[in-house]
Design a protein around this ligand. Structure first.
Ligand SMILES: [Zn+2]
Length: 283
């Protein structure tokens, strides 16, 4: 069934776990994520990032996501990830998304506050929740390699308190050492900062750039207060690996639907493991 972000994150808090939030750019990934959540009997978040518009448009994948969520046996939040313009977010809300992320982290602080306030006001008209970002979750190739330089982009607890109070958001994407994409080296997460931001804001925190964090890193971040983990890259790689294995094992002429099923199964197995880790299980 379709669910809101807040109810899923409250459930995660009650059960001392984090909800997995997976970018679903295809029917295979929607099915892999929802089937894995059903098998583990946990709520889940499926999300579409604005930057994936060239991969598949919101107008095509959005209705597939809401339809699959409605049919699911577990609560599924349908979320718009990293929206940078309000018209795009409004369109997601019109399609029935129950949550949107406004990302104004590239902008100056006051502009980020004003745009996030406008997003919250708009989302409330649809009964939807809002995530926003403060600080910068970098791409590994975007910033300096110096750890001190990176830390200047980390979310500051005092600023986070002001940001949450003034915007009324439901969840905060915080920067504390993770990065989007593939890590060159094992990331160093600032768990103390997670705890401080949690105490300062009182809202659930979101970890972006979950792929590549160790299982122990996830567990420590959840213990410190992370309640939503955005995860995409390694799930996608698991799909590719499964396709490669399938083709190696089945030479000759292969119908695409068989490769597609192998990709779906590879992502499904990967998400099962991720959901165990996000549930705090030692696996
Ligand atoms: Zn992100």
């Amino acid at each position: 069934m379709i669910a809101g972000l807040t109810e899923i994150l409250e459930d995660a808090k009650r059960n001392r776990r984090a909800a997995g939030a997976f970018n679903t750019v295809s029917l295979e990934s929607i099915d892999a994520v929802i089937s894995a959540a059903e098998q583990k009997n946990v709520p889940v978040i499926i999300q579409h990032a604005q930057l994936h518009e060239p991969v598949i448009p919101l107008d095509v994948i959005g209705p597939c996501m809401t339809a699959a969520a409605a049919l699911a046996a577990v609560p599924v939040c349908v979320h718009l990830d990293h929206g940078s313009d309000l018209d795009y977010l409004k369109h997601a809300l019109e399609l029935g998304f129950t949550s949107v992320m406004y990302d104004g982290s590239d902008l100056g602080y006051e502009t980020n506050v004003a745009n996030t306030q406008a997003c919250v006001e708009m989302a409330r008209c649809y009964g939807a929740d809002v995530e926003a970002e403060l600080g910068r979750v970098l791409r590994p190739d975007a910033g300096s390699d110096s750890e001190n330089d990176e830390k200047s982009f980390y979310t500051r607890p005092d600023e986070a308190r002001d940001f949450v109070q003034r915007t009324g958001i439901d969840a905060l994407a915080a920067a504390f050492g993770t990065a989007h994409g593939i890590y060159k080296t094992q990331p160093h997460l600032d768990f103390e900062r997670i705890t401080q931001i949690c105490e300062a804001t009182g809202v659930p925190l979101v970890m972006h750039g979950g792929s590549g964090v160790s299982d122990d890193g996830f567990r420590a971040a959840i213990a410190a207060g992370v309640r939503k983990i955005n995860y995409f890259t390694y799930m996608s790689l698991a799909g590719t690996d499964a396709a490669r294995e399938y083709l190696d094992a089945n030479p000759g002429q292969i119908g695409y639907e068989n490769v597609s099923a192998a990709v779906r199964d590879g992502m499904f197995r990967h998400v099962l493991h991720a959901l165990d880790v996000f549930s705090g299980k030692t696996v």
